[in-house]
Ligand binder design. Structure first.
Ligand code: NAD
Length: 970
């Protein structure tokens, strides 16, 4: 954004701050707008109407804007307010969140609240494991009443009913992308009115088949969270004799008090309503019921359970607390985000509100599936392990518990719904395409020749059936994919490059691809997911759990590779934990041991107590307070121990000679230099690990082989050993620069030691996939208005599940198709940067738009029913230009410059689109259809290695067109 742009936006955003709700209503009326939206994707804000530009600017500059997918506005005649629905994130499912009826001073307050609350719902739903995204509805209180409470009075009953009916129609018009529920200012009766207008309402009364009042379940969830936190702090979950101060004895507080009483806790009760106080005294004579409810913050309690209202933990109350644990049902307990750190600084463990009070939403979110009380009980039990997970995460990373919960929730939110996938996004697309914002009820669906979701899977299956991926030509390989995590964009670059290479060699190439078993990272992830300590189960059970996760990720990886169009022969799929490969690993070990290369020795290095294994220096990271384990972030210890080593000094010299003599080559000189340097100082490699997960280490039954040994075995197996005594090296391997030293070099050396030849003859190194994130540069943003406080700085981050910034390839494939995704990767490659491949939003847009243009141009040119026309000079000129670009692409493949091929493809699409536009303007300027028929094979030959699906599809259309013409002439 240029400084000028920024100023214009800041001015526009400031305007929004001065708008009242009535101003917004008048603006919509003036412009005759009934439905409007602001949508956001890939760095692009899309507005349904220009008049909404200030709101778009407000979002972009707002501290509360967290890449919300959409915000909708509605207006209905005769209703004195506006309607809003916020859709934050629909990856885990359709957006769900309560409907608030509340007075708002300004449009800015309304929008900030909606943005914040809908993101909160994403996190609450995700952390609870619900397959719902996050949303929120807000109706600003109509001017006829002064407070939400007053609006409940009977004089407003008729107006209220009309209001909710109209909002119900608004929700219906959104086609289910937003599901509504009860919240502040709304009640079950209102939900019943909404339900009369749409089928996207939850939290319905029990007499309509809904789930009814969740309060007792909420109280049970809070109790389980409290027990888990007590276990975390004191090593026991027994609350007998523990002094617990409960604020508020209402719907949730009262059953919580009862549960605590039964467990023998010493109760202190602060309640505002005198009649409830009396009732509490009568029921619990041993409890201390405070005369002044405000003194609850000062009492001598060990646990504080706020169950009354929000904003109870703030700069004023936190210093007064004597309790060491805060765990209660109230929503929005923290006055501001910084209060989480205030609590942490005072050594108070805070169980984030949305973690322990989730039962309200959990109870009703899944009522569409029918109601079973046991579901709710089971879900409440889940609060216990989840609380432990959050508290342990916070302790390990030394962050506040609120931040730990947010991070874990954000990771869960990135997971795609297992059944409906990216349906939310597709509904948004559909609302745009069908003219929702024009207020028409007639929905349009444009005709497209190529619909990725419909055509790609079929094309891939056909290729698989035809054996297109089990070539018997030269082998091309990609580095192994880690099963420590589900597939994400960071993992698919190597296999994609391998696939482009194989396709550019005419599909005769043999594709070699397999898995990294995940090693310590997978083991750590499994430990994290266990609700109990790992030592409570046996090694055998733990390994079984690792196997399950490995298998699940393996299946997801294979499936998504297929969706991305990356071909491989499933029979040749490599997995170090499979019976076949385990055997190869063992044979390899004995072969090396027999030749005297394996021997015991002393290892002076690091040990991670959490992962319980030795670490190489590369697995240790420096932090402000000492050295930490790269995986689990725990502090590491220095240690000297007995380990097993592999000595490959002789092979290092052989490999050096092979590189210098040109038998082993590299795509770039830096990689070559790095490898030669590594070989010069190669020390014996430690191959023993004190982990529970991995290939067996022969002779040391309690230990396993280092993952690098297993992966090197994978390379020799891929080359053909031991089926062949001395297999040919694989022609080309694509590898992330961080895998060069850790995988390529050991594989080359082990292959040389085993059968006298290297595993790979040409090595192409590419950068690790990174994404661009925005960070705030301002140190004290809270002191400023949104539009003034955000100066964004661009930071690059590696994509990693641990950072919660992963995107699964499937999610993009389902929305835009594999061709767009492939082109995005390839456009992001930079010629001379072997350290980072930055997937930017602008490249994503460029790729998507290019494929959409290609689709639109070819569909319009090939549309049936156009009469044949004379060939014009423009036709030949187009074919010549695109032919030349295609030749450049073909030459670029041989140099492994897939980025150049991708750029030529986009240029070719631009030429084609310009031609299609000129034909549309003046049909006599070219032959149109005939030219397209001639052009498609030219484009397919040059560019289908990059984007195979759309070009295969149009090739089929052309064949059909030629057949039809032949029939016509015959
Ligand atoms: P409620 O209105 O039934 O109970 C609140 C009680 O607190 C009332 O008895 C009220 O008199 C008392 N109170 C109000 N201000 C007080 C103060 N300053 N000091 C002491 N007592 C005070 O509400 P509820 O349904 O029990 O919900 C309580 C909190 O939990 C709310 O913040 C709500 O949003 C949250 N919550 C409730 C559920 C649920 O299932 N009901 C679910 C999630 C979150």
């Amino acid at each position: 954004m240029s400084p000028g742009d920024h100023e214009t936006r800041a001015r526009a955003a400031k305007d929004v701050r001065s708008w009242s709700i009535a101003d917004l209503g008048s603006l919509l009326d003036r412009e005759n707008i009934r439905h409007a939206y602001v949508m956001y994707e890939n760095g692009e804000v899309r507005l349904s109407h220009k008049a909404l530009a200030p709101i778009g600017a407000f979002f972009e500059l707002s501290h509360d804007f967290a890449k919300h997918e959409a915000v909708f506005f509605g207006r209905e005649e005769g209703i004195e307010t506006v309607f809003t629905a916020f859709v934050h994130d629909t990856r885990r499912g359709l957006a769900q969140g309560g409907l608030r009826l509340w007075p708002y001073e300004s449009v800015a307050d309304l929008l900030s609240d909606g943005l914040r609350l809908s993101q909160g719902m994403t996190r609450k739903n995700a952390l609870a494991g619900l397959h719902w995204g996050g949303g929120k509805g807000i109706i600003p209180l109509p001017p006829s009443a002064r407070t939400a409470e007053e609006y409940k009075q009977s004089e407003f009953a008729e107006e209220r009913r009309r209001l909710f009916e109209a909002y119900g129609r608004f929700v219906a018009s959104l086609d289910g992308v937003y599901y509504t529920a009860e919240d502040m200012g709304t009640g079950t009766a209102d939900m019943n009115v909404l339900l009369g207008q749409n089928r996207f309402t939850t939290c319905i009364a029990a007499d309509r088949g809904g789930s009814g009042n969740p309060s007792a379940h909420t109280a049970w969830g809070v109790l389980r969270a409290m027990q888990a936190a007590w276990l975390h702090m004191r090593g026991t979950e027994d609350l007998g004799g523990v002094r617990v101060a409960v604020q508020g004895a209402g719907n949730v507080g009262a059953p919580l008090i009862e549960y605590l009483h039964r467990l023998g806790a010493k109760l202190i009760i602060g309640e505002f309503a005198p009649n409830i106080r009396e009732d509490m005294r009568a029921r619990y004579p041993d409890a201390e019921v405070l005369e002044d409810h405000n003194t609850i913050f000062d009492v001598d309690a060990q646990v504080f359970a706020p169950c009354a209202r929000g904003n109870v933990l703030n700069a004023d109350t936190i210093p007064r607390l004597k309790a060491k644990l805060v765990c209660g049902a109230a929503n929005n307990q923290l006055g501001e985000p910084h209060d989480a750190e205030r609590l942490q600084e005072r050594g108070i463990v805070y169980v984030p509100d949305y973690l322990c009070n989730r039962m309200g939403i959990t109870n009703c979110a899944d009522e569409w599936a029918g109601y079973l009380e046991e579901d709710v009980q089971l879900a409440a039990e889940r609060v216990y392990p989840d609380t432990l997970r959050v508290l342990r995460h916070a302790r390990a990373l030394r962050i506040s518990t609120a931040e730990a919960a947010d991070r874990l929730a954000d990771i869960a939110a990135a997971e795609l719904h297992p059944v409906i996938g990216h349906r939310g996004r597709r509904i948004l697309d559909h609302l745009v395409r069908s003219g929702w914002s024009a207020g028409t009820t007639q929905k349009r669906t444009p005709r497209l020749a190529f619909v990725p979701a419909a055509h790609e899977p079929r094309i891939h299956r056909q290729a698989e059936r035809a054996g297109a991926f089990s070539g018997n030509g030269p082998a091309v390989a990609a580095m192994p994919l880690s099963t420590a995590a589900r597939p994400h964009l960071g993992m698919f670059l190597s296999p994609l490059l391998m696939d482009v290479e194989a396709r550019s060699r005419g599909n005769a190439a043999r594709r070699v691809i397999g898995l990294d078993h995940g090693g310590a990272a997978l083991q750590y992830a499994v430990r994290e997911s266990l609700p109990y300590d790992v030592n409570e189960i046996t090694r055998a059970d733990f390994v079984l759990a690792c196997h399950d996760r490995h298998a699940a990720h393996d299946a997801a990886i294979r499936h998504q590779l297929g969706q991305t169009g990356i071909g491989f022969d499933p029979k040749a799929w490599l997995d170090p934990m499979s019976a076949e490969t385990s055997e190869v690993v063992a044979r390899l070990y004995y072969r090396l041991a027999d030749s005297g290369r394996i021997r015991p020795g002393e290892y002076g290095g690091y040990r991670c107590p959490e992962c319980a294994t030795v670490l190489a220096a590369s697995e240790v990271v420096d932090s402000d307070d000492g050295e930490r384990c790269e995986r689990c972030q725990s502090p590491v210890e220095q240690q000297i121990s007995e380990q097993v080593f592999l000595d490959l000094g002789r092979e290092a010299r052989e490999l050096t000679a092979a590189i210098e003599g040109g038998a082993v080559s590299f795509g770039d000189t830096k990689a070559r230099k790095d490898v030669l340097a590594q070989l010069r100082d190669l020390k014996p490699i430690c191959i023993s690990r004190q982990s529970w997960w991995g290939n067996e280490l022969p002779g040391r039954p309690d230990e396993v082989l280092s993952p690098w040994f297993s992966l090197a075995a994978l390379a020799v197996e891929a080359a053909g050993w031991p089926r062949e005594a001395a297999p040919e090296p694989m022609a080309t391997v694509f590898v992330d620069s961080s895998f060069l030293a850790r995988w390529v070099v050991p594989s080359q050396l082990i292959a040389l030691a085993t059968y006298g030849r290297p595993a790979f003859s040409h090595i192409e190194v590419h950068g690790a996939v990174q994404i661009v994130e925005r960070d705030n540069e301002d140190e004290h943003p809270e002191e400023r208005f949104d539009e003034d406080r955000y100066q964004y700085r661009t930071v690059l981050r590696k994509m990693s599940p641990r950072l919660g910034n992963v995107v699964e390839p499937a999610s993009l494939v389902q929305r835009f198709g594999a061709d767009s995704l492939r082109l995005w990767y390839l456009l992001s490659l930079r010629a001379n940067d072997r350290t980072a491949v930055v997937l930017t939003e602008s490249h994503a847009r460029e790729a998507r738009h290019a494929i959409a243009r290609l689709n639109a141009s070819l569909s319009s040119l090939l549309a049936p029913g156009t009469a044949p026309r004379e060939t014009q000079p423009a036709d030949d000129a187009l074919i010549a230009k695109i032919g030349a670009l295609g030749d450049e692409a073909l030459a670029a493949y041989t140099r492994h410059r897939f980025d150049i091929a991708a750029k030529r493809f986009v240029e070719a699409i631009d030429q084609l689109a310009a031609y299609a536009r000129s034909i549309e303007r003046d049909p006599a300027s070219g032959s149109g259809r005939d030219t397209a028929v001639r052009l498609v094979p030219v484009m397919a030959r040059a560019f289908s290695p990059l984007c195979p699906f759309i070009l295969t599809r149009f090739e089929a259309e052309v064949v059909q067109a030629l057949r039809d013409r032949g029939r016509g002439e015959g």
